[in-house]
Design a protein around this ligand. Structure first.
Ligand SMILES: [Zn+2]
Ligand SMILES: [Zn+2]
Length: 337
């Protein structure tokens, strides 16, 4: 093994046209005592990576390597790390550290731990040939999922799954999905498998075609009103304008979940039209490890299919540009194999 690697890092965030991602030559990181070193095989591209590159989400430190949907192979382990063997295939996701002792951690809400750390934001992620992760936060991956299929599950899949839980959709209920990218197209498959009727409102003909292909009963443009009221809705698009639109589409007693980490300003809205009638509005903040483990098992059981576009490692910056330009349907995956 060489002791140098290539990694894409964010030096000065800005629009993708200004190339905020820079390819660097760096030392391969050393695993800490409770960490494993992972040789990256694939890494999914998430909108959060784009928010980091473009500065909508401020990088926690200069030069951080984004990428938090990593599938790779353990090539070294710290002296206290014994959970995996060398050569094991593991997944690395967004959440990579919690304190384990605060009130949120003790209440089973480690996604809200104020001391949490995140892959590709606090610590370097998987847009690199190698990365490290605390072994307790790595995932065993079901053998039935190949490297490309597994990558988008690790954030898009997990966050979508948590959003679906937060949206509280009743059995066989009507679910509306606003924005139909990587996370939404996986969430849609789970909802349909649970017997939901699905309405999808999204920009981009490619996204709308994928929604129809997956079995949505109604597909419209981003802010269109679906026919009939929704029991629950999830907004995946980072567009605050959609919040009153989606609330108006809900039945009384319905729930709207906001899945993104970043959202543009929510406009003033009319209380009677948008919230009264016991409509619930909630956000989704990261995930617990239990969410991740449940989603990976569910993905295997339901045979979830990630619709992917693969990019070589050298084309990582282009993958993010295509995401920014709305040129992608489904999930982008960087392939380092
Ligand atoms: Zn904690
Ligand atoms: Zn993500």
């Amino acid at each position: 093994m060489t002791d140098r690697m290539r990694a894409w890092s964010v030096m000065s965030p800005g629009p993708m046209a200004r190339h905020p991602l820079v390819l660097e030559d760096r030392p391969v990181p050393m695993p800490g005592p409770d960490e494993v070193l992972v040789r990256v095989r694939t890494c999914g591209v998430c909108r959060t990576d784009l928010h980091l590159c473009e500065g909508d989400l401020r990088p926690k430190r200069r030069g951080v390597v984004p990428g938090h949907q990593v599938v790779g192979v353990v090539t070294a382990a710290g002296e206290q790390a014994g959970r995996f063997r060398l050569g094991d295939r593991v997944g690395i996701a967004w959440l990579r550290h919690t304190c384990g002792t605060c009130s949120a951690c003790r209440a089973g809400k480690e996604n809200l731990c104020p001391h949490s750390r995140y892959t590709g934001w606090d610590d370097d992620g998987g847009f690199a040939e190698y990365c490290v992760v605390p072994e307790a936060f790595a995932y065993e991956l079901p053998p039935g999922l190949d490297d490309i299929q597994a990558a988008p599950l690790l954030c898009a899949g997990i966050i979508g799954y948590r959003s679906l839980k937060r949206a509280n959709v009743p059995p066989g209920g009507r679910l509306g999905i606003y924005g139909f990218g990587s996370s939404a197209h996986l969430t849609a498959q789970i909802a349909l498998a649970q017997g939901c009727e699905l309405a999808v409102m999204t920009r981009g003909e490619g996204n709308r075609a994928l929604a129809r292909e997956l079995g949505a009963s109604y597909v419209g443009d981003a802010a269109d009103a679906p026919p009939g009221r929704l029991d629950s809705a999830i907004i995946f698009a980072p567009a605050g304008d959609l919040v009153p639109v989606a609330l108006r589409a809900l039945s009384p007693g319905g729930t709207l979940a906001l899945a993104g980490i970043h959202m543009s300003q929510i406009p003033p809205m009319d209380y009677t039209e948008c919230l009264f009638g016991e409509r619930d509005l909630c956000s989704v903040t990261a995930n617990t490890r239990q969410d991740g483990e449940e989603l990976l098992r569910l993905a295997e059981r339901l045979s979830l299919v990630s619709h992917t576009t693969s990019y070589g490692f050298d084309a990582t910056s282009r993958a993010l540009t295509d995401l920014a330009d709305g040129h992608l349907a489904g999930s982008a995956v960087i392939d380092l194999r």
